[in-house]
Ligand binder design. Sequence first.
Ligand SMILES: [Zn+2]
Length: 374
Amino acid sequence: MTRFAFDIHATDGKARTGTIRMMRGDIRTPAFMPVGTAATVKAMKMEDVRASGADIILGNTYHLMLRPGAERVARLGGLHKFGGWDRPILTDSGGYQVMSLSDLRKITEEGVTFASHLDGSRHLLSPERSMEIQRLLGSDIVMCFDECPRADQPRDVIAKSMEMSMRWAKRSRDAFDAGGEHAERSALFGIQQGALDEGLRKASADALIDVGFDGYAIGGLAVGEGQEAMFATLDFAPQQLPADRPRYLMGVGKPDDLVGAVERGVDMFDCVLPTRSGRNGQAFTWHGPLNMRNARHAEDTGPLDERCPCPTCTKHTRAYLHHLHKSGEMLGAMLLTEHNLWFYQQLMAGMRAAISEGHFAAFTTDFRRDYFAR
Ligand SMILES: [Zn+2]
């Protein structure tokens, strides 16, 4: 059995398509990972997540360590058994959410002490504890523990933070490697930092390559800098990372973000957008996003998206979806989430096919023409 391998089948410009092979299954790239924050992809049964085309889902260390607790998940047989998903799971390190969600943070070289946003209880997250939690969960792709500073801070603040994250990456590597049987069947990804600065991004990439990882994430983007600044950074950041390893852009994004990032050499993504938007009445379609609460859908007997083969689009009208969302019916959230996840997976499948066939530029042109048509 292969612990971890990445085969690139075709490239077109900077875009690549391939397969990550792991013990729990293959991951087709470019890949979109639905977010399963609390051992559930909200409003979706796991078999329906798989039916949408997902090869891998993401779990959140921060949420799971606080509730139900990593040790409890381990006693219950691990995250796969607990949540009913037998394919690969990537877990984040908790670093990003401890900064964005918790109270009373104190960051030192050792790690981050913080108060839970649920009950105020005190916790420490360090590279070693983050690796232990991800091991207890039974994660397939483990992420290094890092600090994600706000991108609008002075360069020396960003530099110091990045340098500490690189020391934490080495500690994460050592703690992961000491994980025994779990280390023999799972993978560890490093995370590049350095905000929007090319020199800091290069120094971060070199430090990570020096340690050596199965894959490399681009962290510290999609934190409010805007698409133009993100793309400007992606014009150089992916190429600073090894060409023969998967590149994962964390927390991205909108459909047009995904297309622009794949164009720049990114292979993996995760984002709450399709699921969160589905609960809020926003649908993603090939003709751009739609707000299903809008009165113009009230007597529209057409499907959400004529090109979409998902269960929602084949069975239900826009008028019905509008009614469900206006009425606050939970089925509305379920049906739109399912459609949005199918849409994201069809977008990834379309990009994979276009890269394979060598006409990715035409695909991106057609996509933007239709998506921004209105
Ligand atoms: Zn659909």
